[in-house]
Write a protein that binds this ligand. Structure first.
Ligand code: ANZ
Length: 817
């Protein structure tokens, strides 16, 4: 049997595409604009199966939008700063720039071979000075608004990478990148004030919910972590200031029997008596070694130190001993809690360990045999002369207590967020320098705009190994500058920005990547944005998406963009695994994309990735068949050689059954693509190939115009996933390239009408109507059609429908009386 030469085709069409440049997005096009974006890659090697999957899925939509008549912006660039490149460069004894730009060249060639529908004229790298100049400029805009600031605090520290980490980069107590257990360090660091947008970041999720996956929306919600509760003041003997706690359960105040302050909070050191100070300091040494996750775990035995002071329960007047412990975190709420062992299990465990009293304030059900009772129930032990909560449920008891506390000036209702400000400074080399000069006279001075970018010094041959302070500190000539304000001696900030800063605005830079007068053009942002579809991995569900959302809102308030959200729709693709497990070096189960492409061809790999499962699901490479995909593609291609009618043949009068299937396939594909069920589009295309083959080999024959129509449709559908095969077919069918820009086939609605069947409608056993319905009519539709029929309505006049028995598509039986 005839086959086409896959490798020759790949070489040929890459040349043609480079010349035609079919995916160049025209800012001035009169067509409606669509912005399609995939997460840009880190250049830490050649492309891998994950890149292949995300771009194959994304391409279906981008290419389809072109065919549907939109002007499509589908850009690509490189997220080229950051630790992976820096660590690899250190391992290979190379400069991060050589390593990074070498890999970018490799990845670019691979993407072009892979045939992605990208406008390559817009590419850039975040490590280019022409890009990070604007990252620095945007930092300064946020700084001017008070949205970037420095503060001293205990930060997450990765002992392996020797750098700080944002909360979002700590996963289960370990460094997101290297897996080392994260510890704490007291340092002065730069932050973005993400908390200023906590409520809005949460609220807009409601609008995103329909077009973002639930999983991602929920991850964002949990991360922002809004809770409602109260601040309550507890007077302390011999101290003017009360201890203020944050509680989500003010209703349990009568049951507060002791208090706990975070051992590492300043408050603990302020409260502790001289007698107990030594014990607190010893305890702190242990606490600093732990991660937040293990501190909050309910599994761990409770430890702590008595601070030597007592506070007073404002409702009962009882003295409450005050402890320092690790299970209260310094940077959440107020860093202090009222402990209610009757209703909180961690408090219960602490009370048990330290022999403290328990007072239940919610009546547990009779069969309850646990310790702390966290459920709802009537309040007990909750009354004094002025307030009586007895019998109230939790909700009512909460609001009653808050109202009382507010009236007495003892507390107030409040909202709390788990979200922290974003720690953005890093003590590493390969990132955008923070454009701030520290002057002994003028303090923090922004680098003047006309001096941007603050370029990274080359530091060739320097030791970039992490040491806990930035390697930039060693570039003395670079560090020592004059203060832009007073002209006196000053020093540059030596930290670099988290790479997540680079990726928080890159989607704006694609709009005018060469513009050296501004970060991006607002008019173009209005014209193209926000991004209509963003495709990427789940691993960025919290970090990157949240940061990009924050940036967008901050830039909107500064007046730089007019959108509220950067990504209107988000599709998160599953992972490609092998033998049920994540591909990894240590498991030795990695699959090389390059080898797969060489063995089976680009199209077969792409088709396999799209066909394997719905986009959100993981694909197990052990379960799929790229060889089968390759055979299917040859089978599809053979159709184009069999068609004997000339190009331009009017399909009217062609075989009706094949025409119906062709048009039905096109209609279904439209709907399936809109709902991201790309795997089913491939399945329908396969069915159409089979039907066309049958038509050619049966009485219909290769000259029938329906056969040409079907084969051309196959080529157009295949161009979404298998661009090389599609071009080969299109050319063989007598057309000019490129099939990628051929308009989407117009569905002939008349051809979609199915042969109908007759459904009989009976009322009280008497036939009242006969309806012509589709053979696959649903029971609900058939029942509705039957009851709406005028003859049936007449028969039912003055009666009540008791029961409707439906046997689709043939019978409806209405029982009335
Ligand atoms: C008394 C109480 C009684 C509480 C009870 C809970 C149940 P979310 O929902 O996460 O906001 N808390 C407050 N600050 C804390 C900190 N810095 N470290 C550890 N725990 C802290 O949780 C708020 C609840 O977590 C607060 O309500 C407080 O304990 C505790 F039956 O106050 B609760």
């Amino acid at each position: 049997t005839a086959r086409y030469d896959v490798q020759a085709a790949e070489e040929k069409w890459q040349r043609v595409w480079a010349e035609l440049d079919p995916f160049r997005a025209d800012d001035d096009s009169p067509r409606e604009k669509r912005y399609a974006l995939t997460m840009f890659p880190y250049p830490s090697g050649d492309l891998h199966m994950g890149h292949a999957e995300v771009t194959a899925l994304h391409d279906v939509v981008a290419r389809h939008w072109w065919q549907r008549g939109y002007e499509v912006l589908n850009p690509m660039g490189w997220d080229s700063f950051g630790l992976p490149a820096e660590n690899a460069a250190i391992r290979n004894d190379a400069h991060p720039a050589d390593y990074t730009y070498g890999n970018i060249a490799t990845q670019l060639a691979s993407f072009q071979r892979y045939g992605v529908a990208v406008d390559w004229s817009r590419r850039f790298n975040t490590s280019d000075p022409t890009y990070y100049r604007w990252t620095q400029w945007l930092f300064l805009q946020l700084h001017a608004q008070g949205l970037a600031y420095r503060k001293n605090s205990a930060v997450n520290w990765c002992p392996h990478d020797q750098t700080v980490l944002a909360n979002e980069q700590v996963v289960d107590g370990a460094c997101e990148r290297c897996g080392a257990e994260v510890t704490k360090r007291e340092l002065t660091q730069w932050y973005f004030r993400t908390t200023a947008y906590a409520q809005e970041l949460l609220d807009s999720l409601d609008d995103l919910q329909p077009t973002w996956s639930d999983k991602v929306v929920n991850a964002q919600r949990n991360w922002i972590g809004r809770s409602e509760g109260a601040h309550v003041d507890f007077p302390v003997e011999g101290r003017e200031e009360p201890i203020t706690v944050y509680t989500t359960r003010p209703d349990t105040l009568f049951g507060a029997t002791f208090m706990v302050v975070a051992a590492d909070a300043a408050l603990a050191a302020e409260l502790v008596t001289d007698e107990q100070r030594g014990a607190l300091e010893d305890y702190l040494v242990e606490v600093r070694k732990e991660s937040d996750i293990s501190r909050l775990s309910t599994e761990r035995p409770k430890t702590g130190v008595f601070l030597g002071v007592h506070a007073t329960n404002p409702l009962t007047g009882t003295p409450l001993p005050v402890y320092a412990a690790d299970y209260v975190l310094a940077d959440y709420g107020t860093g202090a809690i009222m402990a209610v062992p009757g209703q909180d299990q961690r408090d219960w465990d602490f009370a048990a360990a330290f022999d403290l009293p328990v007072v239940r304030t919610v009546q547990p059900p009779e069969d309850f045999d646990g310790e702390a009772f966290t459920g709802d129930g009537p309040a007990i032990n909750s009354a004094n002369d002025e307030i009586d909560l007895s019998g109230m449920g939790v909700t009512e008891a909460k609001s009653t207590t808050i109202a009382y506390l507010e009236g007495q000036g003892l507390g107030r209702g409040t909202v709390n967020f788990r979200l922290r400000d974003w720690l953005l400074s890093r003590q590493r080399y390969w990132g955008a320098p923070i454009p701030i000069i520290h002057c002994p006279v003028d303090g923090e001075v922004p680098v003047p705009e006309d001096q941007l970018p603050v370029e990274l010094p080359e530091l060739r041959g320097a030791d970039l190994k992490p040491k806990g302070t930035s390697p930039l500190g060693a570039a003395t000539d670079w560090v020592n500058v004059t203060c832009p304000t007073c002209g006196g001696p000053a020093t540059r900030d030596t930290d670099t920005m988290d790479t997540f800063v680079d990726s928080s605005w890159y989607f704006l830079r694609y709009l005018s990547p060469q513009d050296d007068t501004q970060a991006f053009d607002k008019g173009l942002a209005d014209a193209w944005g926000p991004v209509d579809l963003y495709v990427g991995g789940d691993e960025h569900a919290v970090l990157h998406l949240l940061y990009a959302r924050f940036f967008t809102k901050a830039l909107r308030d500064i007046g730089l963009v007019s959108w509220d959200e950067p990504f209107s729709a988000y599709l998160s693709q599953g992972k490609v695994v092998n033998n049920g497990r994540k591909m990894s070096k240590s498991l030795g189960n990695g699959v090389s994309l390059g080898e797969q492409l060489s063995e089976f061809g680009v199209d077969a790999v792409r088709l396999t990735l799209v066909f394997a499962s719905p986009p959100e699901d993981d694909i197990d490479w052990a379960d799929v068949s790229p060889g089968g995909s390759a055979r299917f593609l040859q089978r599809a291609w053979r159709l184009s050689g069999d068609v004997t009618s000339p190009a331009g043949t009017d399909p009217a009068g062609g075989d009706a059954a094949l025409r119906r299937q062709t048009h039905k396939t096109v209609r279904e594909a439209e709907q399936l693509i809109a709902s991201h069920r790309f795997n089913v589009v491939v399945a329908r295309t396969m069915e159409l190939v089979n039907a066309t083959r049958k038509a050619i080999d049966s009485g219909v024959g290769p000259a029938d115009p329906a056969v040409r129509e079907a084969t051309e449709t196959v080529a157009v559908l295949l161009s979404l996933v298998a661009p090389y095969t599609a071009e080969e077919m299109w050319e063989r069918l007598g057309h000019e390239p490129t099939v990628a820009r051929v308009p989407w086939p117009v569905v002939d609605e008349a051809l979609l009408v199915e042969e109908s069947v007759t459904a009989v409608v009976q009322v009280q056993g008497k036939v009242r109507a006969r309806l012509e319905v589709a053979p696959d009519v649903s029971e609900a539709d058939l029942e509705a059609a039957a009851l709406a029929d005028p003859a049936v309505q007449r028969a039912l006049e003055g009666k009540q429908v008791r029961k409707v028995i439906v046997r689709a598509p043939k019978l409806v039986n209405v029982v009335a009386g």
